[in-house]
Design a binder for this molecule. Structure first.
Ligand code: NAI
Length: 314
């Protein structure tokens, strides 16, 4: 039997890009669900991606829909539903609107795909993961966010350009909040095991970090819409690790409950940490050694935002 993956927000850019990347792997059928008002767009995207299968040779079945009955039996549900930040909107405004959307979507996932693993993509990411855990009532292992995989890809790209070595041989760890709240950990970065700080001058490394932090915003400014190619691929990598039980290590936004080794008894906060992802979601949170200052910066990055979600009473 083929696997089944659903994408809520499937008519949007990131949803459609993730659908194509999953389709190309030829391991799961894909449901692209969106609001009734854009159901035709979801159907069009599904047809378009299906036609590409004739050229690329994949067998993935794709369905565009607005009916939640169609997601039943999904092993993974990806959530990209939300609105982008509009001119004049504060971060808090965005938080309010998108957490309302996540609450509604989460309740429907719990009803129609109660056994699924939920991968949250909507921004502001860490708070949306927190809201999704509350809305679905699922255990924390089954609800987490795509953050570090994309941030790491960007960091590796900038380091590769500085060092003139293949992106493939660069290994990095990024923790903390998604976007401008991320914290790269240079101690845990290497080129094929050779510590990064012995290969790159501090000022160049700092520049790579700075560019990684602003990369999402920079792309949005240039394209007039947020990135979707690299995000779609990052999502597909995580989905494959779940479906094939690969137990790959990703930095993902997850709920800390105070019992994890190495994270200073921090609890009730969703934040990016290295995790092992298999068929039931997060199998393990890996401890990481870092400078005290890095840790402090890393924790402070998301605490405030999470407190705001609590206040919304979703
Ligand atoms: P988009 O605007 O193209 O797509 C969003 C889709 O969500 C739209 O099709 C919209 O109709 C749908 N939607 C809105 N409310 C809904 C609801 N109640 N139920 C079902 N669908 C609903 O936006 P895009 O570019 O695809 O981005 C999606 C989200 O992903 C944004 O929040 C964006 O900031 C975030 N993002 C996160 C990344 C990450 O690394 N975590 C990377 C890139 C984007």
């Amino acid at each position: 039997m083929r696997h089944k993956v659903s994408i809520i927000g499937g008519a949007g850019n990131v949803g459609a890009s993730a659908a194509l990347e999953i389709a190309r792997r030829d391991i799961a059928d894909v449901v692209m669900l969106d609001l009734e008002v854009v159901r035709d767009k979801a159907m069009g995207r599904a047809h378009d991606t299906s036609h590409a299968g004739s050229i690329l040779g994949y067998h993935t079945m794709l369905l565009g829909t607005s009916d939640y009955e169609d997601i039943s039996g999904s092993e993974v549900v990806i959530v990209t539903a939300g609105i982008p930040r509009k001119p004049g909107m504060t971060r808090d405004d965005l938080l309010k609107v998108n957490s309302g959307i996540i609450a509604e979507v989460g309740r429907k996932i719990a009803k129609h795909a109660p056994e699924s693993v939920v991968l949250v993509v909507t921004n502001p990411l860490d708070s949306m993961v927190y809201a999704m855990i509350r809305a679905t009532g699922f255990e924390r292992e089954r609800v987490f966010g795509m953050s570090g995989e994309l941030d790491s890809a960007r960091f590796r790209d900038f380091i590769s350009r500085k060092l003139n070595v293949s992106r493939k041989d660069i290994d990095v760890t990024i923790l903390g909040g998604h976007g401008d709240k991320m914290v790269p950990v240079p101690e845990a970065c290497s080129v094929r095991g050779i510590n990064l700080s012995s290969l790159i001058p501090k000022k160049d490394l700092d520049e790579c970090i700075r560019r990684t932090v602003t990369a999402g915003g920079d792309v949005t400014k240039l394209m007039g819409t947020s990135a979707y190619v690299a995000p779609g691929i990052a999502i597909a990598e995580m989905v494959v690790s779940i479906l094939l039980n690969q137990r790959r290590v990703f930095s993902a936004s997850t709920l800390l409950n105070g019992s994890e080794e190495g994270y200073g008894n921090v609890k009730d906060v969703c934040i990016g940490v290295p995790v092992v992802i298999g068929k039931d979601g997060i199998e393990r949170i890996l401890p990481i050694r870092m400078e005290k200052d890095t840790f402090k910066k890393y924790m402070e990055s998301v605490r405030k935002e999470m407190a705001n979600i609590g206040k919304l009473g979703l």
